[in-house]
Design a protein around this ligand. Structure first.
Ligand code: F6P
Length: 623
């Protein structure tokens, strides 16, 4: 007899029997196959008909409206320098106060297309206005959508919400000041003050804080930040090990809107265990940011954690950076959160104009619609030419894809919408995948984020006559933009003077609004995420199945003599014969993790395996 883990580790060529391809979800049940996308993207009202002229290498698409009139024609992009310069000047958007520019000249939309889209934009603007007034903009969940109020509380639909926003901001600032100044101290740290933050959260409860920390934290912040954003035990161990003795001076901020996300709960339990083992008093170092009366809120209250901050029902996770979720970690790192809020507020004001050309978020949405035919036919590649903005694309990935990636539109039609987002930073990515962007499959459009100032004043020097290091970065951006355009690859460029709290707030505000407007253009609910719920449910079912497997194996292992079971027998006794593959994986996973599973046979031949537990536990309850 040998344990499965033994067999597997000595059998690096573990192979699975070839099976008829079948779509399976985590619990082995058949998934409903996605309807295949029409070969050429079609849009309900525009009826796009692609006539890609492959031979000439020029994308040319015709579209007809429902009455058959051609409304959109996409041909090779304008190349004549004087016409391009005119287009650049005509369409350049500038926000003077923010020092932000938006150049959409390298996206090939036509005047006719803009005209055709005008009614949809006016509808989107009305929808945004209603949303800001407190309409139930998330119909599925019956919720208001109020992240815009967070940076301008006077816009909240009633005085109760206004006060709630203002009080929370005050409380965040006060708490951060008291932590940084050492007024609030960790109980048993030789340092005498908090030095580290360990943020535990996932998705929208991590991505904004991660992006902002990377973008804005000073070189020597008052508190350094680390993140646990997964239920990967090795990843969690790594973060805790990196803290070492500084665990005693670590402020643990647990962030979860729902207060019940499994990954976050697991992260918390692991951190609490580390505190116990180090003889530390967790509640004196724990902070919760969550909805009132959530499981997390109640736990924090009952256990007497150091502080609790509210997460509002009307703020979605992916738009929560300007709530306590983003503000508290940022303030603790010495980032000027009021300036970040101001940047977003100024951007929101600009985005309230109903003239598309003067509305930067609408311009982005217009470009997205043009570039992706309003059906996500091209990916959004985000390329900031600044190291500190590395995580912007990751942040936008959730904001855009969780908001727009929907199966059904608001009228219940199956649309399978979305836009894929990826990217890291330039010019680094130039030496990775830009080759494919320039010459390979044409399935994307680029957004360059251009930061005009290279480094703080007084530090620049010429590394060769007349040329600085930053000039190279500038040259790489401009060169890539030109080279892509020369090959009919469209791009948008967003420029800001510097990476500051204000410009980062403005960028967040810009994309939040662009997503809202675009969602309205394509008639989907941007504020729910039913697909994620399905994944969470399926994961829960796998864990429930694991408990049944353990109960069955335990019963057989408590017999005298022990009764080894085949996988078929385990599946039958679990009343889940259709889940046999998942049962095999559960057993193999437990065996790989020293869970007292013993098996005869070979891992590579699942049918040959007989399995039982190394020890019987007569009192075991796997409920
Ligand atoms: O803040 P919570 O409730 O823990 O949720 C975390 C994330 O999980 C999701 O609900 C689904 O991924 C996101 O929308 C959210 O940001």
């Amino acid at each position: 007899m040998a344990s499965i883990s033994g067999i597997c580790s000595s059998s690096p060529t573990l192979k699975f029997r070839k099976q008829t391809p079948r779509l399976c979800n985590l619990i082995g049940k058949e998934l409903v196959a996605f309807p295949t996308r029409p070969k050429f993207p079609t849009d309900r009202s525009l009826n796009l008909v692609s006539t890609q002229s492959v031979a000439r290498g020029i994308p040319a698409e015709l579209a007809t409206s429902e009455d058959g009139a051609i409304v959109k024609e996409k041909r090779g992009l304008e190349k004549a320098p004087d016409s391009l310069w005119k287009r650049y000047v005509d369409w350049l958007y500038q926000h003077k106060e923010l020092g932000l520019y938006l150049d959409v000249s390298r996206v090939g939309f036509t005047d006719e297309f803009v005209q055709q889209m005008e009614p949809r934009f006016q509808k989107a603007f009305r929808a945004m206005e209603e949303l800001e007034k407190g309409a139930i903009a998330n119909p599925d969940e019956g919720r208001m959508v109020g992240h815009y109020w967070l940076r301008d509380a006077s816009r909240a639909p009633n005085s109760f919400l206004k006060t709630q926003i203002e009080n929370t901001l005050e409380a965040v600032c006060k708490f951060a000041d008291e932590i940084i100044s050492g007024k609030i101290r960790p109980p048993s740290s030789p340092e005498g003050r908090f030095t580290q933050i360990l943020s535990v959260g996932i998705g929208g409860s991590a991505l904004g804080p991660q992006f902002v920390a990377e973008a804005l934290a000073p070189d020597n912040p008052p508190l350094k930040i680390r993140f646990i954003d997964n239920t990967d035990p090795a990843g969690i161990d790594h973060q805790i090990a990196q803290l070492g003795p500084e665990l005693a001076s670590t402020l643990v901020i647990v962030i979860s809107k729902s207060g019940g996300t499994p990954e976050t709960r697991n992260g918390l339990l692991e951190v609490q265990k580390a505190f116990r083992e180090a003889g530390l008093n967790f509640p004196k170092q724990g902070v919760a940011i969550t909805q009132e009366n959530s499981l997390l809120d109640n736990t924090a209250r009952i256990e007497g954690w150091l502080a609790r901050f509210p997460m509002f029902d009307w703020v979605g996770g992916r738009t929560s950076e300007m709530s306590a979720v983003g503000l508290l970690p940022a303030a603790l790192q010495g980032i000027d959160i009021r300036d970040m809020l101001l940047g977003a507020k100024l951007m929101d004001e600009a985005n309230r104009t109903t003239v598309v050309k003067n509305n930067p978020a609408a311009l982005l949405a217009l470009c997205w619609y043009w570039a992706t035919d309003g059906v996500g036919s091209k990916d959004m590649v985000i390329l900031p030419y600044k190291d500190s903005l590395l995580l912007f694309s990751r942040y936008l990935q959730q904001l855009v894809m969780e908001s727009l990636g929907k199966e059904f539109d608001l009228d219940g039609n199956r649309v399978n919408q979305g836009i894929s987002v990826y990217g890291n930073k330039g010019s680094t990515d130039q030496h990775a995948y830009i080759q494919q962007l320039r010459e390979g499959v044409h399935n994307f459009f680029v957004t360059f984020i251009d930061i005009l100032r290279d480094r703080p004043p007084g530090h620049d020097w010429e590394l060769e006559p007349g040329v600085t290091c930053g000039d190279y970065l500038f040259g790489m951006l401009q060169g890539t933009r030109s080279a892509l355009y020369a090959n009919d690859r469209e791009s948008i460029t967003v420029s800001v003077q510097e990476v500051t709290p204000r410009s980062v707030g403005a960028l967040i505000g810009l994309y939040e609004r662009a997503v809202g407007i675009y969602a309205s253009l394509i008639n989907i609910n941007a504020y729910h995420q039913p697909g994620v719920e399905a994944g969470k449910k399926a994961a829960g079912e796998v864990l429930a199945l694991q408990k049944r497997v353990l109960a069955v194996l335990n019963e057989a292992s408590c017999k005298e003599p022990v009764e080894p079971l085949t996988l078929e027998e385990v599946a039958d006794r679990c009343h889940a014969p259709e889940d046999i593959e998942m049962i095999y994986k559960i057993i193999a996973h437990m065996a790989a993790n020293d869970r007292a599973i013993i098996a005869e046979g070979s891992c590579g031949s699942p049918r040959s395996i007989k399995v039982y537990l190394g020890e019987c536990n007569v009192d075991a309850s796997y409920a």
